[in-house]
Design a protein around this ligand. Structure first.
Ligand SMILES: [Zn+2]
Length: 439
């Protein structure tokens, strides 16, 4: 009976509004929009609260989410002030949640999809090393947040001696490499290898050229590996590309495999001219195998390049993975049906910003993640989400609606930083942190 009540209470939490509330005076959140209704909790003055149900009022009460108990309730309007947008401290959609078994074994991989708003940064944490795939983000403050996430990470994993074995940059766009210089030059992190696609133009050219000209200043010793498709084409189609810069990780009881499945084509494989010139289609595709668990990163590859990738690996199981970082932040041209069929993913993760941020170069402006892609993944993925949630999905650019996500499709713009732990037997656990910070 109790379980039923909890279920019902959760089920009827209406979608979040784009705005938030700040508590101005001592007040209680009520179960019903009535003065004599029971108190749920009394948030401190200054607390930021999620506004629900698009800010509709009932008898002068706003509907909100009680921050400690995560229950929905009502707060009288004159005790709060309403502000537009999502407050950065505010836990989105109920915040932290977990699913899957508690993987306490020593030998696990943790993949941290770090919240950098509109952009990509994924930290691969191995028992004996660490790798970063993309070092992007939306602006200077996300660069600082990424740097502090990495610092907190190395403060916890002192055994790794503040060393990133490899930084991959999938392609030369600023949402994928903005934080590169800050990590290489301004942090105490040592980097052994830098693997990228060799493009020095595009929105990320500043960081790419700085790496070309200054990566090894001040006594740094970073091996530079430019990958192109011509290195991959001569290989058997079942192998992918790996060497000591791409796969520097070999732990005592497990040897993870890191491979590059695609890089920029030097000769046009038959795409339209614009598609061939498009920096997104020069993205590196990275696959990680940790025992029976596998992850795939496709950068911002678009349809033409995705179809070529799917055809290239047809008949192999190299695209068949458990976790898919959804291509191109969930853009409508970043995933195809045939790609999803090849992958049969159990979990998908979007790296994108929150829909409520209505500035330029945001998920809002681009319409990420797009409805067609969210629905495509939702159809394929059967594993349930840690906590089913109402999430914001784009019907087109600058136009979003609320979507009830029940399956294991996550997004940094919905869940903030997402950490997937896995063991060599294929058991996985998903944690959404609800706020930026170490894990
Ligand atoms: Zn991108």
């Amino acid at each position: 009976m109790i379980a039923l009540v909890v279920f019902a209470a959760f089920y009827f939490v209406p979608p979040a509004s784009a705005d938030y509330l700040e508590v101005r005076r001592t007040v209680s959140i009520k179960e019903q929009p009535r003065r004599n209704s029971r108190n749920i909790e009394s948030p401190a003055v200054g607390t930021k609260l999620q506004l629900l149900d698009d800010g509709l009022q009932s008898r002068g009460y706003y509907q909100t989410l009680a921050p400690t108990s995560n229950r929905s309730g009502w707060i009288y309007r004159s005790f709060v002030r309403r502000y537009p947008g999502v407050h950065p401290n505010l836990v989105r959609h109920g915040g932290g949640s977990t699913d899957g078994p508690d993987l306490t074994a020593e030998s696990i991989i943790k993949v941290h999809f770090i919240d950098v708003d509109q952009g990509d940064a994924a930290l691969l944490e191995f028992p004996c090393g660490a790798v970063l795939i993309d070092a992007g983000g939306q602006n200077n403050s996300t660069t600082k947040e990424l740097a502090s996430y990495l610092k907190n990470f190395f403060d916890r994993r002192t055994d790794l001696e503040s060393t990133l074995d490899t930084i991959f940059v999938t392609h030369t766009h600023v949402d994928h490499n903005r934080a590169l210089k800050a990590i290489v030059e301004d942090s105490d992190i040592a980097i052994k290898n830098y693997v990228h696609n060799g493009e020095y133009n595009g929105s990320g050219k500043e960081a790419a050229r700085w790496m070309r000209d200054h990566a090894n200043d001040d006594g740094r010793q970073i091996k530079d590996h430019i990958v192109s498709q011509s290195e991959i084409l001569p290989l058997p189609r079942t192998s992918g590309l790996a060497d000591e810069t791409i796969d520097p990780i070999d732990c005592s009881d497990v040897d993870p495999q890191i491979r590059i499945l695609a890089g920029p084509y030097e000769e046009n494989p038959g795409w339209a001219h614009g598609e061939f010139e498009d920096g997104n289609n020069k993205s590196l595709v990275v696959r990680i195998d940790y025992g029976e668990t596998s992850f795939l990163f496709t950068g911002d590859l678009e349809e033409a390049a995705i179809e070529t990738l799917v055809e290239y690996y047809d008949g192999t199981d190299l695209l068949d993975v458990d976790v898919y970082q959804v291509g191109h932040h969930g853009s409508r041209n970043g995933t195809t049906d045939s790609m999803v069929k090849s992958m049969t993913p159990a979990i998908a993760v979007f790296s994108m910003g929150p829909a409520a941020d209505r500035r330029s170069w945001t998920a809002w402006q681009y319409g990420h993640p797009r409805r067609s892609i969210v629905e495509m993944l939702d159809r394929w993925i059967e594993r349930p989400r840690a906590e089913r949630s109402w999430v914001r999905v784009a019907s087109r650019v600058k136009d979003f609606f609320d979507y009830e996500m029940r399956d294991a499709v996550y997004g940094t713009g919905w869940d903030r930083t997402i950490v997937i732990s896995a063991d060599v037997s294929g058991n996985m656990r998903v944690e959404t942190l609800g706020q930026p910070g170490p894990s």
